[in-house]
Design a binder for this molecule. Structure first.
Ligand code: GSH
Length: 207
């Protein structure tokens, strides 16, 4: 059975749990990471030398990087709808996964880790302010996109492009500063909320 290593409250682990539920993939999850067994343990580093969760072990093979694990599982167990094979449709899905993992992860360090969790070194006031400004701009870009494309990031169908994006949107609504209204993003959040796996792993009270 698929083994998932990582705490269930981690932003990146939740992507993997979400895709498993969407595709009815059975798994066994083990608590590793902040608040549990540390990822600096030799046992964990033997599995994932990068020292971050999630890691997954499938048929004896170790996988790391949340988006890569999501794509791997969707390729292995999914349909052409959730992860299209056509190169252009696939690129439309993946561009949102990359956007979430790169652009918004930088701004969320300031806005979330610094501004909400007060974690050093991200809690430097300048960095927090910069992160808040930047995530507001980025979610604003998603707003512009969704108002003509929705209800999902690539159009009619739910794809794995919605998984990292859905995590970002959930975190956005949990951020503790004065944020502008983004009606299309709010609609998108409600669309995703019709999915039991999203409610279970993402909109479950955790930011
Ligand atoms: N690029 C990696 C980032 C993974 C990452 O930053 N994981 C965080 C949790 S979301 C982590 O391992 N933090 C250390 C810890 O929990 O001990 C991915 O997408 O999988």
């Amino acid at each position: 059975m698929l083994r998932i290593l990582g705490r269930a409250n981690s932003f990146n682990v939740r992507k993997v749990l979400w895709v498993c539920d969407e595709l009815n993939i059975p798994y066994r999850r083990e608590d590793w990471g902040r608040g549990f067994r540390p990822t600096t343990d030799a046992e964990f580093l033997r599995i994932n030398p990068i020292g971050l969760v999630p890691a997954a072990i499938d048929d004896g093979e170790v996988l790391r990087e949340s988006n890569t694990i999501v794509r791997y599982l969707a390729t292995k167990h999914g349909t052409d709808i959730i992860y299209p094979k056509d190169p252009l449709r696939r690129a439309r899905v993946e561009q949102w996964m990359d956007w979430a993992n790169y652009e918004t992860s930088i701004s969320l360090r300031g806005a979330f880790l610094g501004g909400m969790l007060n974690e050093p070194p991200w809690n430097n006031p300048w960095f927090v302010e910069q992160g808040r400004r930047q995530i507001t701009k980025e979610v604003g870009q998603l707003e512009e996109h969704l108002c003509c494309v929705g209800p999902h990031v690539t159009g009619d169908d739910f794809t794995i492009g919605d998984i990292p994006t859905g995590l970002v949107v959930n975190r956005w609504f949990n951020l503790n500063f004065d944020k502008p209204e983004y009606p299309s993003v709010s609609r998108y959040y409600e669309t995703l909320s019709t999915r039991p796996a999203f409610m279970r792993h993402v909109r479950n009270g955790l930011p």
